[in-house]
Design a protein around this ligand. Structure first.
Ligand code: NAD
Length: 174
């Protein structure tokens, strides 16, 4: 069986990698949809789809996951929830089940006839993209919340510098 999990992965954290391991105990192959693929360089979505692909590939491999069982597919948003599932299907290898903690994602796939499942949550208060991005801006300890392989890519792309710049305002200059 092939499963889909779709997220923004801004950035991928240790909870996401645990989830991937868990799902791969239940299914043969996992499609990791890189949602909001058109977004980058904003406080909510600082990383490009390509950077997220790199972070996920490296972190999944470092976790000992066989990458021949994983498919990473960038999926831009569409401005219409009612057609989003067909859009995802049009870009992805075929799949039968969707794992998500996001109620809207589960609802849309359920209405389209897919089996859906809530994946377990791991340390949700810390393993949380908003918390990680916040710590990066404020100079907190974000490195412990993401896999080492992700820290390495973040350094390569100067992620902290990018987030800090994005958080600045020109308000005082006006
Ligand atoms: P996310 O990156 O926040 O999370 C990805 C997955 O990881 C989710 O299933 C989430 O529940 C899970 N997760 C998060 N923290 C975890 C933890 N600590 N432990 C275990 N699991 C954890 O992504 P998201 O916001 O759910 O992504 C949905 C994507 O689908 C977005 O890109 C959104 O824009 C897209 N979408 C688009 C449309 C549209 O274009 N009309 C409609 C619906 C959804």
């Amino acid at each position: 069986m092939r499963a889909m999990i779709i997220g923004r992965w801004q950035p991928p954290h240790k909870g996401h990698i645990e989830v991937a391991k868990q799902i791969l105990r239940e299914v043969d192959e996992l499609i990791v949809g890189i949602g909001s693929a058109q977004e980058s360089h904003t406080l909510e979505n600082p990383f490009t789809a390509g950077e997220r692909v790199l972070m996920l590939t490296r972190a999944l491999a470092a976790a000992g996951i066989d990458l021949s069982r994983v498919h990473l597919i960038p999926i831009p948003d569409v401005n219409n929830n009612a057609v989003w599932v067909s859009h995802v299907i049009s870009l992805s290898p075929p799949f039968e089940i969707v794992y998500s903690g996001n109620p809207l994602v589960r609802r849309l796939f359920k209405e389209a006839g897919f089996k859906t499942k809530i994946q377990p949550m791991f340390k949700r208060k810390e393993y949380w993209g908003t918390e990680i991005r916040d710590r990066m801006i404020k100079g907190g300890r974000w490195e412990e919340l993401v896999p080492k392989a992700v820290v390495k890519v973040m350094r390569e792309i100067k992620a902290v510098e990018r987030l800090k710049d994005l958080s600045k305002t020109d308000y005082l200059l006006r």
